[in-house]
Design a binder for this molecule. Structure first.
Ligand SMILES: *Cc1c(COP(=O)(O)O)cnc(C)c1O
Length: 391
């Protein structure tokens, strides 16, 4: 509804590149109005005190923002939608976006999820299993045959690639094709890749889902989520779920997420370049036993990643010699890199995921590194002094 109020440039001509789309989409483009869509703090809109004349207008004016949206939400949605090649619906958080899809499942549904999926998603399916009798199959991300075998009976195929935090790669095109044949909905959590490195809809997915809290926002200062699709029925169900579930995006958060998105191409390019360098150096380091990064030639998903992803991204995981305790001592020595959960910000963060409830399958010393935009040599100096401080 009312999408036309934030027109994307739709002049004929060659398709604009993502770096350009990130800047030019989601703007009012009207003479005399600000270049940026303002923070629109509306719950309700005036109906103009005119007696309505049903059937006289094609585009109903907005009445109430929970159902009709605001210009600020739509600006973010236009930009993410343009980058993903679909129509976007924004939410209060990544988990609100995720939950809007799971909310459509009936009791007894068969749900396929990766063994290594975002912890919040794992908890949603555990809950559905307990309360609603969902039949949940937890499959290894990279075991394409296991997925292909299970897909014909499934009601929802949930993929996450690269996965959090093991950086496993799913064969999205093959699995989405099988899902399509079985008339099964396929959703891809695209948070790690961002719309710049992977467009799940073009790989056959029904939904692409983002925690815009992470790379899209990019500054660790907001919660936001987005679902993108180009299936009209699926979109209608997601919009209805947002209206009734009420997990609507905040005005300030939407504004900030779009402001973050403007620089995503620059931030991601820098972070990815540094992540490559750090992954290569860490894999040569005598105290590091394993590095997981899709950009390394010895990563089991490396070849597949070169087909599905435009680049290996800005997240890597590594394991060190020693125990969980010595790993914690090492990271406590970091001076520049922030020990913190979450990821995708301008600041580099590190997290030992095994410490979290429900993450016991993660190797105890595994550290997930979200590479920010600092100078790579400063990051490397900090990492090596922290690692080498405990032998
Ligand atoms: C953070 C995250 C989510 C959840 O997003 P929130 O914005 O924290 O609600 C979902 N999927 C992945 C991969 C994430 O990293």
């Amino acid at each position: 509804m009312a999408r036309s109020q934030n027109q994307s440039p739709n002049a004929p001509g060659p398709a604009l590149r993502p770096e350009t789309l990130a800047v030019v989409t989601g703007r009012p483009n009207q003479a005399g109005v600000p270049l940026n869509t303002p923070i629109n703090l509306a719950s309700n809109f005036s109906s103009g005190n005119e007696v309505s004349n049903p059937g006289a207008t094609t585009d109903q004016p907005r009445g109430y923002s929970r159902s009709d949206g605001t210009d600020t939400w739509v600006a973010l949605e236009d930009a993410v939608g343009a980058l993903e090649g679909g129509e976007a619906v924004s939410f209060a958080s990544g988990m609100a976006a995720v939950s809007s899809i799971f909310a459509g499942l009936r009791p007894g549904s068969v749900v396929l999820v990766p063994q290594d999926c975002y912890q919040g998603v794992a908890m949603v399916v555990d809950d559905g299993e307990d309360r609603l009798g969902w039949q949940v199959r937890r499959l290894p991300t990279a075991d394409t045959d296991a997925w292909l075998q299970a897909i014909p009976d499934a009601d929802l195929v949930w993929l996450e690639s690269p996965s959090n935090p093991l950086l496993e790669i799913a064969d999205i095109p093959t699995l989405c094709e099988a899902a399509k044949k079985a008339s099964t909905t396929c959703a891809v959590d695209n948070t790690f890749a961002t719309p710049l490195l992977q467009q799940p809809l073009s790989l056959g997915a029904t939904f692409s889902v983002h925690s815009a809290t992470k790379f899209i926002g990019g500054h660790s200062d907001l919660l936001s989520g987005v679902v993108v699709s180009n299936d009209a029925d699926a979109l209608q169900a997601i919009r209805r779920q947002r209206t009734l579930g009420g997990a609507t995006p905040g005005a300030l958060e939407s504004y900030l997420a779009l402001r973050g998105l403007r620089t995503l191409p620059l931030r991601l390019a820098r972070s990815q370049q540094s992540a490559r360098i750090l992954a290569e150096r860490l894999s040569q380091h005598r105290l590091v036993t394993k590095v997981r990064y899709p950009g390394l030639a010895d990563h089991p998903g490396h070849e597949l990643a070169t087909k599905t992803l435009g680049g290996p991204g800005a997240i890597l995981s590594f394991e060190t010699i020693g125990s969980a305790v010595s790993t914690d001592i090492r990271i406590s020595r970091l001076e520049l890199i922030q020990v913190a959960t979450s990821l995708g910000g301008v600041e580099t963060t590190i997290d030992r995921r095994h410490r979290l409830v429900g993450q016991e399958h993660i190797p105890p010393t595994l550290l997930r590194l979200s590479v920010g935009i600092e100078h790579v040599e400063d990051l490397w100096a900090d990492l090596t002094q922290a690692l080498e401080g405990v032998i």
